[in-house]
Design a protein around this ligand. Structure first.
Ligand SMILES: NC(=O)c1ccc[n+]([C@@H]2O[C@H](COP(=O)([O-])OP(=O)(O)OC[C@H]3O[C@@H](n4cnc5c(N)ncnc54)[C@H](OP(=O)(O)O)[C@@H]3O)[C@@H](O)[C@H]2O)c1
Length: 267
């Protein structure tokens, strides 16, 4: 069974997202990559689906459940399939991947809460929810939510969402924290990186974590970059550097914005 939770919502989410020492529950980069490949829907498996609405995430291993149907009768089987593939009894964090207006949110949140109560996950949360949807989810979910995972990088203004998460005691998990590579030629980041003796990726990730309550989740297929991306805890950006990076936000910079699936964003 999953161990008990800590009392604070923020502590819970941080503990869910931060690396732990157990090799069983936190796969190496190689194993993670293999597992990700194995979880891609395949027509041959008969389990392929057009959308993947739920995401199972450990600190290093994103893995998606193979269904977009979050109804209570379907979800448990989907989670169990994913756990089998991960060779785990439970995960640390289970997220609704995208809001889905075709499925009553109440059912989804109840199913998610049940997964937690059944010990299949230690924490639950949502992803790509707007503030209004977040409030709806919080109101409907019988268990506390730990996080809202949303796109977060210097080009995108997520100040409203960050403030909303803070007010509700949630961590903001930042996906696409390197702007999927789009930040790499930015002259301001390059200048700060040169002054700090760091890389652009490290500066961008440091900017994320230096704002309270943000947990960026960069992805890399290169072991050297994975090591680089986590080596950001022994330096600090100055106030001026933080302000210069904040000033990089610009309209139209959202990357994960699938038509027909993305909600009406807050900003
Ligand atoms: N919930 C959602 O809807 C959602 C949406 C989008 C993404 N996500 C998740 O968020 C995570 C990250 O998002 P993402 O992969 O889209 O974007 P990202 O982490 O911002 O960017 C990944 C890209 O940056 C490169 N990169 C990584 N580290 C680097 C470094 N140190 N220097 C230079 N380039 C570097 C990677 O290339 P290499 O592999 O060659 O290093 C890859 O092309 C993933 O786990 C993804 O599944 C979630």
């Amino acid at each position: 069974m999953a161990p008990p939770f800590r009392s604070s919502g923020l502590a819970r989410a941080r503990s869910a997202i931060a690396p732990r020492s157990s090799p069983r529950r936190f796969a190496s980069a190689t194993a993670t990559s293999t597992r990700r490949e194995n979880t891609e829907p395949s027509a041959a498996s008969g389990k392929a689906c057009a959308h993947r609405a739920l995401r199972v995430r450990t600190s290093s291993s994103p893995l998606r459940c193979r269904t977009n149907i979050c109804a209570p009768t379907i979800l448990p089987g989907s989670i169990e399939d994913s756990l089998k593939e991960l060779k785990l009894d439970y995960v640390d964090l289970l997220l609704v991947h995208w809001p889905n207006s075709k499925i009553p949110l109440k059912e989804t949140m109840r199913a998610l809460a049940k997964a937690k109560r059944d010990g299949l996950t230690r924490h639950i949360g949502v992803a790509n929810f707007t503030i209004a949807l977040l409030d709806e989810a919080l109101g409907l979910c019988p268990e506390p939510l730990a996080t809202n995972q949303v796109e977060f990088h210097p080009y995108l203004d997520q100040s409203k969402m960050l403030a909303a998460c803070r007010r509700r005691g949630l961590v903001l998990t930042g996906h696409c924290p390197l702007g999927r590579g789009r930040l790499m030629n930015n002259p301001v980041l390059a200048d700060i990186a040169r002054r700090q003796g760091r890389t652009i990726a490290q500066v961008a990730l440091r900017w994320s974590i230096q704002q309270r309550d943000v947990v960026p989740i960069p992805r890399s297929s290169a072991p050297g970059r994975i090591a680089e991306n986590i080596d950001i805890f022994d330096f600090a950006l100055t106030e001026d550097e933080m302000a210069r990076i904040h000033a990089l936000k610009r309209p139209g910079s959202r990357i994960a914005n699938p038509a027909g699936r993305a909600p009406a964003w807050d900003s």
